[in-house]
Design a binder for this molecule. Structure first.
Ligand code: FPP
Length: 239
C-alpha cells in the first residue's frame, strides 16, 4: 500500500506508442511491442504493490486486426509467450488473470494459453489483471443489446426492466467496478473505442511518454495526480 494516497480501485490503460518508440530507435515495430511487454510486466507489479484491485490493459483492439498480418501474428505470439512465461510470476504475486473482448477471434493457441493462465490464477485474491483482447467498446455494447433482445424474445425481460443495470450486467465487465482512472501513453487525446459505457465518470491522465518507457515512477505520478482530484459525479463540491 502507498501511504496516504487515495488509490484508485480500477485503473484502465491505453498502451500506446510502441511503434513510435521503435521507429525512433531504428527498430522494427515488433521490437517496440516486445519492449511494451516489459512495461506490462513492470506495471502489473507496480499496480499490485500500490494496492490497485483491478487493472485493465488495452492489449489488442478489434480495429487492430486491420494491421499487416505480420504484425497481428507477432502480437498474438507475443501474447502467447507472455502468458506462458508470466503465469508462474503472476501466481506468485497473487494476481488473478482475466480477459475481455471477442476472445473467439484469437488464434486457438492464444485462447488455450489464456484459459490455462485464467485457471491457474483463478483463486488468487490480489490484483485482477484484465487483458482487453480483440476488444471494441461499441461491439461490447452490441453484444449486450443482443443479449437483451434475446431475453425479451424469450419473455424473460420487459421493456420497462431495461435500465442501466440491465446493460452493465451484460457487458464483458459485469463483475468489475467501472474504472476510476484511465491512463493513456504517447499523448493522444482519445478513447479509441475503449470501455465506452464504463468510463462515463472515469478520471483521465495522459502522458506524452511512449508505452515502452512507461514504468513505475510515471505510473505513481498518475496515481498521485488522481489522488488529489475531487470526483463529483455530476454533483457539486461538498461545502
Ligand atoms: C499500441 O502501440 C500498442 C498496441 C496496439 C499493442 C499493445 C501491446 C503490447 C503492449 C505488448 C503485448 C501485450 C501483452 C499483454 C503482453 P502502437 O503500435 O499503436 O504504437 P504507435 O501508435 O506508435 O504506432
Amino acid at each position: 500500500m502507498s501511504g496516504s494516497l487515495n488509490i484508485p480501485r480500477h485503473v484502465a490503460i491505453i498502451m500506446d506508442g510502441n511503434g513510435r518508440w521503435a521507429r525512433e530507435r531504428g527498430l522494427s515495430r515488433i521490437e517496440g511491442h516486445r519492449a511494451g511487454a516489459e512495461s506490462v510486466r513492470a506495471i502489473v507489479r507496480a499496480a499490485g504493490e500500490a494496492g490497485v484491485e483491478f487493472l485493465t490493459l488495452y492489449a489488442f483492439s478489434l480495429e487492430n486486426w486491420v494491421r499487416p498480418r505480420a504484425e497481428t501474428s507477432a502480437l498474438m505470439r507475443l501474447l502467447t509467450h507472455y502468458l506462458r512465461r508470466e503465469v508462474a510470476e503472476l501466481d506468485k504475486n497473487n494476481v488473478r488473470l482475466e480477459a475481455i473482448g471477442r476472445l473467439d477471434d484469437l488464434p486457438k493457441v492464444a485462447q488455450r494459453e489464456l484459459e490455462e493462465a485464467r485457471r491457474a490464477t483463478a483463486k488468487n485474491t490480489g490484483l485482477t489483471l484484465i487483458l482487453a483482447l480483440s476488444y471494441g467498446g461499441r461491439a461490447e455494447i452490441v453484444d449486450a443489446v443482443r443479449g437483451i433482445v434475446a431475453d425479451a424474445h424469450a419473455g424473460r425481460l420487459k421493456p420497462e426492466q431495461v435500465d442501466e443495470k440491465a446493460i452493465s450486467s451484460r457487458l464483458y465487465t459485469a463483475r468489475y467496478p467501472d474504472p476510476d482512472l484511465l491512463i493513456r501513453t504517447s499523448g493522444e487525446m482519445r478513447l479509441s473505442n475503449f470501455l465506452l459505457w464504463q468510463m462515463s465518470y472515469t478520471e483521465m491522465w495522459i502522458t506524452p511518454m511512449l508505452w515502452p518507457d512507461f514504468r513505475k515512477p510515471e505510473f505513481m505520478r498518475a496515481i498521485e495526480d488522481y489522488s488529489k482530484r475531487q470526483r463529483r459525479f455530476g454533483g457539486v463540491e461538498p461545502a
